[in-house]
Ligand binder design. Structure first.
Ligand code: NDP
Ligand code: 8X3
Length: 252
């Protein structure tokens, strides 16, 4: 049977681009996300184009019971996951700590940290049983630096950075690879989500320079996943050429 990649947050952006790249490389896919219609479209497109098998599962990674039930209900052959891309995540708001919206904070913490943990707990046990696996976590430059008004989003991505190291240490005896990929600015729906549908404000984030695109990250993730079994890339920071740090972007 072909290899299997499980990609969370495959309805848009980096996750969707990863789904395309892994399908192109012949992987069967388990794709997740909340927007069922989009998920099904991606799944049937990839099934037609690359002749790979795709299982689409719509659930909210914040809902612990839903995550566990949906994943456990997969047939045994689908639990033979080779690569897990922990991609589902988001930012909500860009405000100083004293003005932050507590609901936004909880959404980010529940999605970026707790959701990633729920999925990882289930899938890492499959990988241990299967004697193989690679977990690739989407961190961020926001997990390496803290920028003004980024407070809670940055904290969630610092947590991903720490969990990435912790997972690697814990899964080492089982030969399971663990990698974090930390992008700078990637033009996806990320800023639209952060600014709650304000497209004009979202577009301004990428004004005057060439940001990364989702495909850049997907190809990098594929590079990480396709190294020989004895090679693990621990940590990879990838930025637009015009971006030196989280806040230092050279705009024309
Ligand atoms: P997008 O908004 O384009 O995509 C986010 C994906 O995450 C969507 O598929 C969305 O699916 C899914 N998602 C969000 N919340 C949930 C949830 N509660 N349950 C299930 N799925 C969820 O953003 P990106 O592609 O840019 O972001 C992907 C990852 O990359 C995130 O972890 C982000 O933090 C990280 N990242 C992004 C950067 C950027 O500049 N764009 C830079 C660094 C890191 P749906 O809404 O259908 O549930
Ligand atoms: C997304 C990149 O710089 O907006 O993680 O935090 S940034």
């Amino acid at each position: 049977m072909s290899k299997i990649a499980l990609i969370t947050g495959a309805t848009a952006g980096i996750g969707e681009a990863c789904a395309h790249v892994f399908a192109r490389e012949g992987y069967n896919l388990i794709l997740t996300g909340r927007r069922e219609d989009r998920l099904n479209k991606v799944a049937s497109y990839l099934n037609d184009k690359y002749n790979v098998e795709v299982t689409a599962m719509s659930f909210d990674v914040r809902n612990r019971a839903e995550v566990i039930e949906n994943l456990n209900e997969l047939p045994a052959e689908w639990k033979n996951v080779d690569v897990l891309v922990n991609n589902a995540g988001l930012s909500q708001g860009l405000d100083p700590i004293q003005k932050g919206d507590i609901d936004d904070w909880e959404t980010m913490i529940d999605t970026n940290i707790k959701g990633l943990l729920y999925v990882s707990k289930v899938v890492s046990n499959w990988m241990i049983d299967n004697g193989k696996g690679h977990i690739i976590n989407l961190g961020s430059i926001a997990g390496k630096e803290v920028y003004p008004n980024g407070n809670v989003y940055c904290a969630t991505k610092h947590a991903v950075d720490a969990l990435n190291k912790g997972m690697r240490a814990d899964l080492l005896p089982f030969g399971i690879r663990v990698t974090a990929v930390h992008p700078g600015a990637v033009e996806t729906e990320f800023s639209e989500v952060r600014f709650k549908g304000d497209r004009e404000r979202a577009k301004k984030v990428y004004d005057g320079f060439e940001p990364l695109i989702a495909q850049d990250i997907a190809e990098t993730i594929w590079f990480v996943a396709s190294r020989p079994a004895h090679v693990n890339i621990n940590d990879l920071v990838i930025m637009p050429t015009a971006q030196a740090t989280a806040t230092n972007i050279f705009r024309h």
